[in-house]
Design a protein around this ligand. Structure first.
Ligand code: UDP
Ligand code: MN
Length: 325
């Protein structure tokens, strides 16, 4: 799917606009006592701007919203998720030298990630003593999960699926409603809130959101469980930001882990490791929301004008030094 293929937004025809406003005002005034305080304004605003982005794809062909700045009303969404007392788990891995990324990751998450909601950071690390003490806001806590490391960075990255799956069953299902699974070599630089939450979500990779499917770096060898033929595929999703309900994330991470175990037994490793398997899974289990590249950005891609906000951005790293390969 090409981001330049822009569907026509539904917009109120000018001829019926005055009538619609009249009807809304009449309905609104008549219904005023039944509308919660502060909501009446939204009714008019939302009704008068049914779709505020015409320059980007805002809906997948399977009718999942694609989340861009200007497509949602955060006040309405915050109210919805607060009413349900939603708790969000943010999983992040800081294995070996990657602990150096934790401080900025957590500090910026405190400023931008799910502010006003209940949040549990799950920090997976082999170096619990190196987890920085970052002051947390009310309703927010941090849990350190001590896990093993692997020699190869590819194995560290891939085994995240196994560990998230393992802890989903044993802990997360009983502790949080949603899981957000994130890379640590990143910082939050603008709002990331409940607009992302849905049963299953993935994020458009910043390098491929405007590419056609033939250009996607899917695994192309049929011997791998992550194989996707050239004539299949919707989007290319980033490995560094996905999530959903704990149950859906458990299904996803378990399936990806099992596929990687199978690949290993067959002596093959997918070209982009866990990201290849994530892409395979999301092709056959369509996400219920898709996040725009605002939610995984890399400054190397510049700042195109369709990107109104850069919310979660790669921290430049010297791969050789950090990964200690
Ligand atoms: N990671 C880690 N230690 C390592 C290698 C990777 O903790 O030695 C984790 C970390 O959370 C990182 C993620 O695995 O963000 C994915 O690896 P990386 O960010 O290096 O992959 P890239 O974003 O460059 O594809
Ligand atoms: Mn990364």
């Amino acid at each position: 799917m090409n981001a330049r293929m822009i569907p026509k937004c539904n917009s109120l025809h000018l001829g019926i606009l005055p009538l619609t406003v009249l009807a809304l005002v009449f309905f609104g005034v008549w219904n005023l006592r039944r509308v919660p305080a502060g909501m009446f304004g939204h009714v008019l605003t939302v009704a008068l701007s049914p779709c505020s982005r015409k320059d980007v794809l805002v809906l997948t062909p399977w009718l999942a919203p694609i989340i861009w700045e200007g497509t949602f009303n955060i006040d309405i969404l915050n109210e919805q998720f607060r009413l349900r007392n939603t708790t969000i788990g943010l999983t992040v891995f800081a294995i070996k030298k990657y602990v150096v990324f934790l401080k900025l990751f957590l500090e910026t998450a405190e400023q931008h990630f799910m502010v006003g909601h209940k949040v549990t950071y799950y920090v997976f690390t082999d170096r619990p003593a190196d987890v920085p003490l970052v002051p947390l806001g009310t309703g927010r806590k941090l849990v350190v999960l001590t896990v093993r490391n692997y020699t190869r960075w590819q194995d560290v990255s891939m085994h995240r699926m196994e560990m998230i799956s393992h802890f989903s069953e044993r802990r997360f299902l009983h502790e949080v409603d949603y899981l957000v699974c994130a890379d640590v070599d990143m910082k939050f630089s603008d709002h990331v809130g409940v607009e992302i939450l849905s049963a299953l979500f993935g994020t458009l990779h910043p390098g491929f959101y405007s590419s056609s499917r033939e250009a996607f770096t899917y695994e192309r060898r049929p011997q791998s469980q992550a194989y996707i033929p050239r004539d299949e595929g919707d989007f290319y999703y980033a490995g560094g930001f996905f999530g959903g309900s704990v149950l859906e994330v458990h299904h996803l991470t378990k399936a990806c882990h099992e596929a990687m175990v199978q690949d290993k037994a067959n002596g093959i490793e997918a070209v982009w490791h866990d990201e290849s398997h994530l892409n395979k899974y999301l092709l056959y289990h369509k996400p219920t929301k898709v996040l725009s590249p605002e939610y995984v950005w890399d400054q190397k891609m510049g700042w195109p004008s369709i990107m109104k906000k850069l919310r979660y951005v790669a921290v430049p790293k010297n791969h050789q030094a950090i990964r200690n390969r």
